[in-house]
Design a protein around this ligand. Sequence first.
Ligand SMILES: C[S@@+](CC[C@H](N)C(=O)[O-])C[C@H]1O[C@@H](n2cnc3c(N)ncnc32)[C@H](O)[C@@H]1O
Length: 236
Amino acid sequence: MTESPHRPIRSFVLRKGRLTSAQSRALDELWPHFGIEPSETVIDFDRLFSRKSDVIVEIGFGNGESTWQMARQEAHKNFIGIEVHKPGVGQLLMALENHDIGNVRIVREDAVSFLQHRVAKSSLQGVRIYFPDPWPKKRHHKRRIVQKDFVRLLAELIAPGGILHLATDWQPYADHMLEVLGQCTNFNNLSVTGDYCERPPWRVHTKYEHRGTRLGHKVRDLQFQRVDGDSDKSTV
Ligand SMILES: C[S@@+](CC[C@H](N)C(=O)[O-])C[C@H]1O[C@@H](n2cnc3c(N)ncnc32)[C@H](O)[C@@H]1O
């Protein structure tokens, strides 16, 4: 994912965005309970959640509407939500408190470096990325989070049988996702038509999905299952 060791190519631009007083309070009071502080050590998820259960990671949760609703729907699973936008983190913290949800922990740093350094191999049962920034200009395509190296990293972290679920309203990005994932023999496309999947009924409508739909964009879901066997670095 890096152009040079000194200048990482990031999939996000930190937007300024003012914090509301409610978000600010949530960050002060609730972050110590729900937040995962930056560190170099690999996380023991059983210890973090005080229970042994499947771990699902959502990358780029925005305002977190999908995160808290999935956590409520799938209360037996543990969720890690990752987002760099501070007001969005504050918003999710408020929702976790309002809906009394305990099976979510939040990371506020670059998902790529978090996954590289803090997550053990084959420790995830799912990764969900909904409406990632499409970076439509050709010169920005390298900023898209779904890239060969990133998919290779996910293949190492997702346990056999686990699912990578992506959704986007930007057709050229959907094509790109299909191409990159299609080249990775560690993942099997769950689409019966060999390309896109039906939207699962449980997938929550997000802010960016609503925006895409308003603009008349078609929404694409992709679901790939991690196949058995070691991740093969030579396949992507
Ligand atoms: C287009 S928004 C979509 C938000 C939400 N999933 C939705 O559907 O409404 C993409 C989000 O991903 C976040 N993001 C992008 N790259 C990220 C990264 N590497 N680590 C953490 N968050 C990232 C951005 O800050 C942004 O909020």
